[in-house]
Design a protein around this ligand. Sequence first.
Ligand code: SF4
Ligand code: SF4
Length: 371
Amino acid sequence: MHATNILAEADRLMTVCNSCRYCEGLCAVFPAMEMRRDFQDGDLNYLANLCHSCGACYHDCQFSPPHEFNVNVPKVLAQVRADSYAAYAWPRAFSGMFARNGLAITIAASLSVAVFIAGFVGWTDPAVLFSAQSGMGSFYRLMPHNTMALIFGAAFLYAIVAMSMGVRAFWKDIGEPAGTLVEGPSIWQAMKDASTLRYLDGGGVGCMNEGERPTDNRRLYHHFTFYGFMLCFAATSVATLYHYLLGREAPYPWYDLPVLLGTAGGIGLLIGPVGLLLAKTKRDPDVQDQARLGMDVAFLAMLFMTSLTGLALLVLRTTPAMGLLLALHLGVVFGLFITMPYGKFVHGIYRFLSLVRYAKEKRMLEEGAAA
Ligand code: SF4
Ligand code: SF4
């Protein structure tokens, strides 16, 4: 018995695929499947999060519709995957945010932006808010640094705690011991696979699109997005060190490290999300979980807006527009932080953890064969 109908359908497909095994060279899902004889809910959630949704196994399958076996692995695993995000959400009361995720994130982000703008307008001297500011510490004339650090530190901490609880639930569900999380070789292999998006290549030809024309665009734009995000994170970390260790307050000159990292990351976060959205329009709708498209779009839009407002703030920081742009940027970033545990962001975490488990299983199998 499975907890949901879609898990029961995934079980049926994995049983068919386990007899067929034609797709075993395409990605990690099929070799991981072959290590099992039956599929509990935790196994299916693990396999679903291991799938990178390239679509290759649908287009290669002799049993895909209109065949009566109706095998559509990418779509069913995408549905299982999305359900798993809600199942692992913490606190459980917020798992409903995944049901209408696009709407929930839009409301949360809009409220966050509105509160920051209202806060700036209400609590800041209008002469400061609407006049040009320059020099070290000009941002903090609108909001004291300690207040900013406290608000964002709390939001970030909340996101980390909520996502850690999700990780705990996922790890327990798939039945993996906690020790695997500190196994160096498995983590190193997973980092290599995740950083190159090894399994998003459709077995070497790229992601399948409408008309069965594979391309590597999704992998490329994922890289822009992921590395853009990491560079922005690095920029914020370096700026924090500047502030607390060197006593140097933002904003920094354009040639300084936080600005260079933030600009490069911001450009990545403009190109990546737009590219992924465009790539989505070219994908075969048959392999997608159409009901969850809002979740993907909301997350990409949040990343894009974070970058756009950040770069606009950089360009216009010495003009009278700085006050409102700062409120807008802080509002979007705050919205991104607090919605992180309840949106598409979590896919990267569960996929990485699945890669860690797969690396361990594969290594154990190889060591067993060699013994
Ligand atoms: S997706 Fe189709 S071709 Fe591939 S292993 Fe499953 S049943 Fe076989
Ligand atoms: S969609 Fe791609 S990654 Fe997912 S199971 Fe099929 S071949 Fe593997």
